[in-house]
Write a protein that binds this ligand. Structure first.
Ligand code: FAD
Ligand code: A2P
Length: 299
């Protein structure tokens, strides 16, 4: 089985909470269109001073300013990096994130509560400082193989690492990495205006129709076959034979990012076609994980 990128050269914890990197916000734009649900921002930070480096699939930590209810400094929160190692301006000087503002009703008081760090980030002004740690994470690395099959399953901001992959695979066109394999993104979002990076994703699909397939599961607009909400795992079920055939190829890597709740449904959807081939899915999945071909980052 082919392995993901060599893990030993991956940068980790260059900056730690006691000695963080202070970056500057140079971009903060809304990704949710009119009529969509909530706030999701694409944030870009200048990291041109110092030594912060990263590769696609890693995360950084953000420490929000201020203290918690116990008077202690806030702890860091992790965010998947949404840019390639070269950054959105391809000049190796920035890192980008895709952040949803956490908003929920307090279960007892019914008051609207906003998440500390996600609110700090979503409201960050251009020019403001941001406290960064990391990078961390070796679970979601892309294989070096230019001919690999890359299956990506994302809900919401789970798109972040896949934006980084797709930009590297199709947009940047490096001399030493030209993707020639097959990439399939299955993307779960509540409404059409919530399709993060929609125009760019669809442009890539138009430009690379043989190498990039894009499938949406729009939960509050589309129905699954039983009449319920169309979740990502229902799309996986619709295409389960095809996915199972792909997954069995030795050069296929599957990546799952976003809500933990989708994992059970994905397993359920793949159990049927696997058993038709006389294979027990959970056993097979264990082998895939061991071979670093089944990558999960859910939160
Ligand atoms: P906090 O102020 O810390 O509030 C969170 C707390 O609120 C929860 O612990 C819980 O106690 C409570 N809470 C939350 N929802 C409810 C509810 N419905 N009912 C009652 N109580 C509730 N987020 C992104 O937006 N983009 C990313 O790319 C991203 N990547 C991540 C990658 C990793 C590896 C991990 C682990 C997480 C990632 N996250 C990402 C999530 C992120 O780290 C934060 O958890 C998120 O932004 C919320 O932090 P906060 O400080 O705003 O919320
Ligand atoms: P819904 O909110 O309609 O229940 P976002 O982060 O923008 O809210 O997108 C997350 C998407 O994942 C939404 O479409 C949401 O649907 C969907 N979702 C919620 N719970 C699950 C689950 N258990 N499995 C798969 N998708 C889910």
């Amino acid at each position: 089985m082919t392995q993901a990128a060599s893990k030993k050269d991956i940068p980790v914890n260059i900056y730690r909470p006691k000695n963080p990197y202070i970056g500057k916000c140079i971009g903060n734009t809304e990704l949710v269109g009119e009529g969509g649900i909530g706030t999701v921002r694409h944030l870009t930070f200048d990291i041109s001073d110092g030594d912060l480096r990263y590769v696609e699939g890693q995360s950084i930590g953000i420490i929000p300013p201020g203290t918690d209810a116990a008077g202690k400094k806030h702890k860091l929160r992790l965010y998947s990096i949404a840019s390639t190692r070269h950054g959105d301006n391809v000049d190796d000087k920035t890192v980008s994130l895709c952040v949803r503002q956490l908003e929920y009703k307090h279960p007892e008081t019914g008051e609207t509560v906003y998440g500390v760090c996600s609110t700090h980030l979503c409201n960050l002004e251009v020019g403001a400082d941001v406290t960064i740690t990391g990078p961390v994470g070796k679970e979601m690395l892309l294989p070096e193989d230019e001919n690999a099959n890359i299956i990506m399953m994302a809900t919401g901001t789970g798109i972040a690492p896949f934006r980084a992959y797709l930009w590297r695979m199709f947009k940047e066109q490096h001399e030493n990495y030209k993707f020639k394999g097959f990439a399939w993104l299955i993307f779960g979002i509540p409404k059409t205006p919530n399709i993060l990076y929609k125009e760019e994703l669809e442009k890539l699909q138009e430009e690379f129709p043989d190498n990039f397939r894009l499938t949406y599961a729009i939960s509050r607009e589309q129905k699954n076959k039983d009449g319920g909400k169309m979740y990502l795992q229902h799309r996986v079920a619709e295409h389960s034979e095809e996915l199972w055939n792909l997954i069995q190829q030795e050069n296929t890597h599957t990546y799952i990012c976003g809500l933990k709740g989708m994992e059970g449904g994905i397993d359920e959807a793949l159990t049927g076609p696997a058993s038709k081939s006389g294979v027990e899915w959970s056993t097979y999945q264990r082998q895939l994980k061991k071979a670093h071909r089944w990558h999960v980052e859910t939160y």
